[in-house]
Write a protein that binds this ligand. Sequence first.
Ligand code: CO
Length: 135
Amino acid sequence: MIGRLNHIAIAVTDLDVATLQYSGALGATVGERQDLIEHGVTAVFIELPNTKIELLCPLGKNSPIAGFLKKNVSGGIHHICYEVNNIKAAIIKLKSEGARILGDGTPKIGAHGNPVIFLNPKDFNGALIELEEIG
Ligand code: CO
C-alpha cells in the first residue's frame, strides 16, 4: 500500500538557524517558510535528489511538536512520510488492521496541498508515520 518516501521531518528549535545550516554547511536547496496553521507548525522543505526533508518548528500555543521539543531539547527526527495513492482506502485498511489514526481520524490538508493523516506511533514501533495522498 505505501509507496515512496515523501519526506523525513526534523523538529528544530530555531527554524532560521536550521534553514541556514541546510543552505550553508550542507549546501542544500531550501524552500520557502510555510505556516501550517491547522497543523500548528511552520515548515521549510529541503529538496534532495531522492526525497525531501521537512524542518518543523512550533506555531501557536497548542503546537503538537512543542512537547516533542521539550523532551528533545536539541530537536530530533519527528516523523516520516510515505506516499499512498488513495488515503480513504488506506484509512479503511489500517482501521481493519487495528491501527489507530491520530486526531479525529479524518485527513487534513498537508504542506503540499494533499490530504494527510498521522498514525499512532505506539502501533508502529515508536515511529510517527504520516501518510500523504499523491494523486
Ligand atoms: Co510531514
